[in-house]
Design a protein around this ligand. Structure first.
Ligand SMILES: *Cc1c(COP(=O)(O)O)cnc(C)c1O
Length: 346
């Protein structure tokens, strides 16, 4: 059977027409116009007008940088909104299910619960790669989406190209690859494969490598058909004007972003080497992201000891395959020094 988008869109979504916002109706062609259509305050202060609901200027730059058409891009209020839109467009509450691969990002569970969608959890193998056979065995006619986080949070590894390819070709629902950490990795983004796989959806974010967690800007890349469905149901002004402006200036500053990524990767190596020297650290997992997962003697004890020194990390001990692990975000050189000193003290 071939992937058929029409078979997975919810009926109510198919029947919907999008909210038609005043600002959608007319785009100025540059000539002077008088806009009296949206009941805005007419006095200029920089943000008295509604933002562009399609974020055209921002998408144009992203399209060029990523080498993809703007019609294959959707922007959201963080990638968390993008993920929520996917649930609401394709999963019928109380009927459909999704598959996630723990240990992984917690939002897939939150969104499944919120939208009343069964979450079928298929644990990663001990090497943190997917159990492809078991995943395919877990698929039912109501399985709409499969979430793959690569590089994975909290383990830090890339999910292998071959596993993902096999899943894309064998599963007739959407395969969503969450690339929140892709900019820290050597691995190429799956965006280059969009043409080949009609069921591929990629999400990225400006919250990590781009340094803009505070503005909430998530990116989604998929076929123009999938993007059109998401556009139909998104809140019309989901990305505010200040976020659009800030994102635009930042993504054009490619050198600054690259420089910061390089610094983070250098500090990741420093932290890795320091962790190796500690007697209570038994394993450090190779990371392609801006954090390191490490196994210790007693994660909860070590977590509390660091907390007492004013250092907050993440205790992952309750996650599948992650007993007694801690996740360390790579900070600045100064922050790293403070962390490493504390790790030696405890
Ligand atoms: C941090 C993170 C995100 C980012 O979400 P935003 O809503 O864009 O800030 C997405 N996915 C994973 C796996 C993450 O770790």
């Amino acid at each position: 059977m071939e992937f058929d988008l029409n078979l997975i869109i919810r009926e109510n979504v198919k029947a919907m027409s999008p909210y038609s916002s005043a600002r959608d109706e007319y785009v100025s062609d540059g000539s002077k116009m008088v806009f009296l259509d949206a009941n805005e305050n007419p006095y200029e202060n920089g943000v008295n007008r509604y933002p562009d609901p399609q974020q055209r200027s921002l998408k144009e730059v992203i399209a060029t940088q990523k080498g993809i058409e703007a019609s294959k891009i959707l922007l959201g209020n963080g990638s968390d909104e993008v993920l929520d839109l996917l649930f609401r467009a394709f999963c019928q509450p109380k009927e459909d299910n999704i598959i996630s691969l723990p240990p992984t990002y917690g939002m897939y569970t939150v969104l499944s619960n919120l939208n009343e969608i069964e979450e079928r959890k298929v644990e990663l193998l001990p090497n943190f790669q997917p159990n492809v056979e078991k995943i395919l065995d877990s698929v039912s006619p109501n399985t709409k989406m499969l979430f793959i986080c690569s590089p994975n949070n909290p383990t830090g590894n890339i999910i292998s190209f071959d596993s993902i390819t096999k899943l894309l070709t064998s599963f007739n629902g959407l395969v969503i690859i969450d690339e929140a950490y892709i900019d820290f990795s050597e691995q190429e983004s799956w965006i280059s494969q969009l043409q080949k796989f009609p069921n591929l959806v990629i999400t990225q974010t400006l919250s990590k490598a781009y340094g803009l967690a505070g503005i909430r800007l998530g990116l989604c890349f998929a076929s123009a058909e999938i993007i059109a469905v998401l556009n139909k149901i998104k809140p019309p002004y989901n990305v505010n004007e200040l976020s659009q402006q800030k994102a635009l200036t930042r993504i054009l500053d490619v050198d600054a972003i690259q420089k910061e990524i390089k610094l983070v990767l250098e500090q990741r190596e420093v932290l890795e080497n320091s962790l190796k020297a500690l007697s209570y650290v038994s394993k450090i997992y190779a990371s392609e992201a801006n954090f390191i997962l490490a196994k210790v003697d007693n994660a909860t004890q070590r977590y509390n000891q660091l907390l007492a020194k004013g250092i907050v990390i993440r205790n992952r001990t309750t996650q599948a395959l992650c007993k007694n692990t801690l996740r360390f975000t790579v900070g600045t050189l100064e922050e790293n020094k403070i962390l490493i000193e504390a790790l030696r003290d405890i």
